[in-house]
Ligand binder design. Structure first.
Ligand code: UT7
Length: 331
């Protein structure tokens, strides 16, 4: 018997920028093709926040405003706001603070988290611990990324991959033990820091003329190395979660995977023994939105979910970070 309150998602809203960057347009920018991107990754298009002077908080604040409206929540009721992003508006203050200011959340505290593409899992785990104290009734989680701000549109090996979006979730306690956040398995392994990073702009390599000239403010990825670890890590942890809870494929309503590469998703689903219709995929429309991709898929497919559905959220990302959450849909 789990005597602590469960963390449940009671609302989810998103902001998707209007501009659609297609594979055909990318093919005019670098030496690539729709055929290569679709067969190797599975992305057809991605949304981009194109306008200068707008950052992650712009999208995050709109998503939070929509969430407050949809859940009939007054900003004064929110006790905590966490923002997960690898593309904060600026180094400091935290994007969480900027979003809170923009939407009029004044009675809350909060901060940014950064766990790469596993960020939703890691931050949801943090929030569930606060919920379990019994002191928190309304926590807002914002996952947002303006990946286009750190993508090198001269590098064909990374520029087709990433997209922009923000999703806001309301997380509240439930006394019903059977619903909401059931369990998590989370991992980090620093070996990953060699293969996926944005090297400049922090304290190690502050912005200077040479860091700009060497294009060090952009994402660098050794794709094959990340792929090799991701395909094993995501499948292992998802299978482990099934075994731990004695879940058979037929017990799982949906796998909601991080959307980095269709081949990684397929390998995870195969290991779990899931048919295609139980795997929620929108990578073709949005690309890889880093830690936003799982909530973006939850938001995109939420009308499919029924109360009591067993969901597995599973991710792998920079760091390396990876993990899975077993969640039971609550409304
Ligand atoms: O979300 C965070 C975690 N990230 C991930 O999980 C990403 C994991 N990695 C991947 O998904 C894949 O490694 C990529 C999609 C990034 C790359 O796919 P790949 O099948 O591993 O390709 P590759 O890097 O091994 O490159 C194969 C070939 C190379 O050409 P040669 O050397 O065989 O002649 C590349 O130069 O494909 C070439 N290539 C491209 N060709 C056309 C690389 N990018 C492109 C491109 N268009 N955009």
């Amino acid at each position: 018997m789990h005597s602590k309150p469960r963390a449940v998602i009671t609302g989810i809203e998103a902001y998707i920028p209007d501009y659609v960057l297609t594979n055909d347009e990318l093919s005019t920018m670098v030496d690539t093709s729709d055929e290569w991107i679709m067969s190797r990754v599975g992305i057809k298009e991605r949304h981009i926040l194109k306008e200068d002077g707008l950052g992650t908080s712009y999208m995050g604040a709109i998503a939070v405003e929509r969430l407050l409206k949809a859940t009939h929540t007054d900003p004064s009721e929110v006790q905590m706001l966490l923002c997960h992003c690898v593309t904060p508006d600026m180094q400091f203050p935290a994007t969480a603070n900027i979003i809170s200011d923009k939407v009029g959340i004044k009675n809350a505290w909060g901060y940014d988290t950064n766990a790469g593409c596993s960020g939703f899992l890691f931050t949801f785990e943090t929030i569930r611990r606060f919920i379990e104290t019994g002191e928190y009734k309304k926590i807002v989680l914002v996952c947002g990324e303006r990946m286009s701000g750190i993508v090198d549109y001269q590098d064909r090996s990374t520029c087709p991959l990433f997209g922009d979006a923000a999703v806001a979730l309301m997380i509240e306690p439930s006394e019903d033990d059977s619903l909401g956040f059931q369990d998590s398995i989370l991992h980090v392994d620093g070996i990953g820091r060699r293969y996926l990073y944005q090297s400049a702009g922090g304290s190690l390599y502050p912005a200077r003329e040479d860091t700009v000239a060497k294009r060090l403010h952009f994402i660098h990825q050794e794709g094959q190395q990340v792929f090799k670890h991701a395909v094993v890590g995501m499948a292992d942890v998802s299978e482990e979660m099934m075994k731990r809870h004695n879940l058979k494929a037929e017990d799982i309503a949906y796998l909601v995977p991080h959307q980095a590469n269709l081949r990684i998703i397929d390998a995870t689903a195969r290991r779990m023994g899931l048919e295609k219709d139980k795997v929620l995929i929108n990578i073709d429309k949005f690309g890889n939105t880093a830690g936003t991709s799982i909530p973006l898929a939850i938001w995109y497919f939420k009308n499919k979910f029924k109360k009591g559905d067993n969901l597995i959220f599973s991710a792998f990302g920079a760091g390396f970070t990876w993990g899975a959450i077993f969640y039971r849909w609550a409304y």
